[in-house]
Design a protein around this ligand. Structure first.
Ligand SMILES: C[S@@+](CC[C@H](N)C(=O)[O-])C[C@H]1O[C@@H](n2cnc3c(N)ncnc32)[C@H](O)[C@@H]1O
Length: 395
């Protein structure tokens, strides 16, 4: 229940009953004595960290239980089910975010309000990791007067770098003065070294519009994992899962982004064919492969992973690695699961246990088995969780 923590007493009125769940309205909430102390001035109004009142260990226990519940249903009745490995805590749980998407509307720049679409004006956000607090302050000062209408601004930066990047997306045409303000913000030695202004299909670039994070170059507008220390643990676990059970062959990586996992795999000697729909990310991945001297091992294709282009199957993969958005990868797993026995293992990274469970069940129906699953707490103070699952062929 939104706003409640373990130990609270909640009086609620059921307002809607569906076949599998019901909705309720809180009538009275009496706080218990286990509440965590709130460390943000916007807690309660801002929707960014809805679990902040819940002690961090309880948050993690709830995420762990959620993953077990979702994936426990995937195995057929005669199968003991996956091995659940212990949740990896995302530390730190404050100042952890190295990327954040803010909204602007009605003169406010911040996050959506709890349970609504109005924008809470946020001057400072304690979950942002350096350099994002400075980048936010500079962005507000430089762009604030020009943020008419509505749109989004994504802030990103490598941990502890002196500066970061912006992706600015107005709804419709950019308000007057915004371009010049962006050019001035990027010019100089301030906390913003690059920006991309996206207006429909048009894209204007300012300064150096990328961040170099842990050896990977992420374009300002491409996906990047927000919790960097947690991402390092996840990357290590992905490499271990790909190599588990002996020498792995070529890896087919779907939803590869700018190469977050790609280069870690290539550095272990694996040949990787990476498929990514975002052209800027795929281009960055190929450029980095050349720069790092790994072009003989790493190849990125700008393509739809769901269609599994023929070029992606050359060389024939022994391991498939997927990391799709929340909607999951139904078409891709259907195609992968039907590949010949040369494909021995599917390593699936997911930020949505429900679509992961759906996709894993589709593999199970085609002769695969869910071997293991491990949750990663990469989004502290939210109800989101990352999961690393491994599927192998059923004996
Ligand atoms: C959760 S991100 C993971 C990226 C990368 N693995 C990482 O850790 O940074 C999902 C990626 O899938 C890409 N994507 C979304 N739909 C896709 C599709 N149909 N085919 C290929 N890539 C897609 C997105 O652009 C994004 O880069």
């Amino acid at each position: 229940m939104r706003g409640a923590a373990p130990g609270d007493r909640v009086e609620a009125e059921i307002t809607e009953v569906r076949r599998r769940f019901a909705r309720a309205r809180v009538v009275r909430l009496t706080p218990g004595d286990r509440r965590a102390s709130l460390f943000c001035a916007h807690a309660g109004t801002c929707g960014g960290c809805p679990w902040m009142p819940i002690p961090i260990d309880d948050q993690r226990a709830a995420l762990d239980a959620h993953v077990r519940r979702a994936l426990g249903r995937v195995a057929p009745p005669d199968d003991p089910g996956p091995r659940f490995e212990p949740l990896v805590p995302g530390e730190p749980d404050r100042a952890w975010r190295s990327t954040a998407r803010l909204h602007w509307r009605g003169g406010a720049l911040g996050y959506h309000a709890a349970g609504g679409q109005t924008v809470v004006d946020v001057e400072a956000c304690p979950v942002l990791a350096p350099p994002l607090p400075d980048l936010l302050a500079a962005t507000r000062a430089a762009l604030g007067p020009y943020l008419k209408g509505q749109g989004t601004i994504r802030l990103s930066g490598a941990p502890d770098a002196a500066s970061g990047t912006l992706e600015v997306r107005p709804v419709g045409a950019a308000p007057g003065g915004l371009r010049a303000a962006l050019a001035a913000l990027v010019d100089g030695d301030g906390p913003c070294h690059g920006a991309v202004l996206v207006e429909g299909r048009r894209r204007a670039v300012f300064g150096r519009p990328y961040d170099d994070v842990d050896g990977v170059r992420h374009p300002a507008e491409a996906f990047v994992q927000a919790h960097r220390p947690g991402n390092r643990a996840l990357t290590d676990a992905v490499v271990e899962a790909a190599l588990r059970g002996g020498a792995a062959g070529p890896v087919l990586e779907l939803y590869a982004g700018s190469g977050n996992f790609t280069f870690a795999l290539a550095e272990r000697g694996l040949a990787v064919t990476a498929v990514e729909i975002d052209r800027a990310a795929a281009r960055a991945l190929n450029e980095a492969a050349g720069r790092l001297g790994l072009a003989d091992r790493v190849r990125a294709l700008a393509a739809d992973a769901g269609r599994l282009p023929r070029a992606a199957l050359e060389p024939r993969p022994a391991v498939a690695l997927l990391d799709p958005p929340r909607a999951g990868a139904r078409d891709a797993v259907d195609r992968l699961a039907a590949l010949g026995p040369g494909l021995r293992r599917i390593v699936y990274v997911s930020c949505n246990p429900a679509t992961l469970a759906r996709d894993a069940a589709r593999c199970v129906a085609r002769g695969w088995r869910l071997e293991s699953a491990r949750p990663f707490d990469l989004f502290p103070h939210t109800g989101h969780v990352e999961v690393l699952a491994v599927l192998v062929r059923a004996a």
